[in-house]
Design a protein around this ligand. Structure first.
Ligand SMILES: [Zn+2]
Length: 330
């Protein structure tokens, strides 16, 4: 099965983490920044282990410094996603990295990203929506400022609010106020949970933040009562299998619980998180899942319809995406 042409709905990416290595290399060259140490001979990002990966990530994204850099980044990311058959993409955008949580600067970054997205949508048909993200290890005060940026720009493009960063830092509940601000602004909510920490973290996300989707959430599998709750509360998981295996949450795809969660009735979707850093893309993810769990075109179509229903977009956009996914022959 050739999965490239299959229309895909992807809900969990980080815009900087999706930066193609060629794009970063070009930008570094223009700015006379020496990043040669972070690339392998094949042109991809180099890494020895998890800590080195974090260093490489930071170095690569350090050249993204202005709204026009982000406009170019958006174009490069969307072209790659469209090449992999993605028709609808959601990406986390951080006011921390885009203007230092200053609302006026944030608006400039966002306008540049949105213009670029509109251009690529015209050319390639791919639809982008943004989820404003707070960075957990920057603490609750910074999260309030990120939520303020989200409130000020909530609309057709910014449709969600979420939180990423170090899951070992602070508690989900410390950020309840920021999530309340975002909810009041009409934004849909998600948070990273159950990736590095276990089921308690997922439960805290549900209880304390009242989110509707969970980034990863896969470690919920360790607690059958929690699995039932995910089903009853109609929570969709943004599962990123390649990311989990690359970062060592699971030793290999065979040990990954995505198929078990789905078989038990949890709404799972498939995303790439930071694709070039994990040496993956959506086609690769589908091929791996197909090989490992025997998922076929009908399974992927069902997963894409689940993602369509869980997408943080207006109903007219959802209808457009649903039609594209439903039109796929299986
Ligand atoms: Zn993520």
């Amino acid at each position: 099965m050739n999965y490239t042409a299959m229309p895909k709905v992807e809900l969990h990416t980080h815009i900087e983490g999706a930066a193609p290595p060629d794009f970063i290399r070009g930008l570094a060259k223009e700015k006379s920044v020496d990043l040669s140490g972070i690339f392998e001979a094949d042109g991809g990002y180099a890494y020895r282990d998890f800590w080195h990966f974090l260093e490489v990530y930071e170095a690569a994204t350090s050249v993204l410094k202005s709204p026009s850099d982000y406009a170019r980044l958006t174009r490069a990311v969307l072209e790659n996603s469209a090449d992999a058959g993605v028709v609808y993409l959601e990406t986390f955008i951080s006011p921390d990295f885009c203007g230092g949580r200053d609302v006026i600067a944030w608006r400039d970054y966002l306008a540049a990203i949105q213009d670029a997205a509109a251009e690529v949508e015209r050319d390639r048909g791919i639809i982008l929506r943004g989820i404003v993200t707070a960075v957990r290890h920057f603490g609750p005060d910074a999260a309030h400022e990120a939520a303020r940026c989200a409130q000020e720009t909530a609309g057709d493009f910014i449709t969600g609010f979420g939180m990423g960063g170090d899951e070992k830092s602070g508690k989900q509940g410390d950020f309840a106020y920021a999530f309340d601000m975002a909810r009041e602004a009409g934004l849909k909510l998600t948070t990273h949970a159950g990736e590095w920490n276990g089921p308690d973290e997922v439960r805290a996300a549900l209880d304390d933040l009242k989110i509707e989707r969970i980034g990863h959430g896969v470690r919920a599998i360790e607690d059958p009562a929690l699995v039932n709750r995910l089903i009853e509360d109609d929570i969709t998981l943004e599962v990123c299998p390649g990311s989990n295996v690359f970062l060592g949450v699971y030793p290999d795809l065979a040990a990954h619980p995505i198929a078990k969660l789905r078989d038990q009735g949890v709404k799972v979707t498939v995303s790439t998180d930071d694709p070039p850093f994990f040496r993956t893309d959506m086609v690769q993810e589908y091929e791996n899942l197909s090989r490992q769990f025997g998922w076929d075109a009908a399974d992927f179509k069902a997963v894409n319809l689940t993602a369509t229903e869980a997408a943080f977009c207006d109903e007219a956009t959802r209808d457009r995406v649903r039609k594209i996914v439903e039109a796929q022959d299986v």
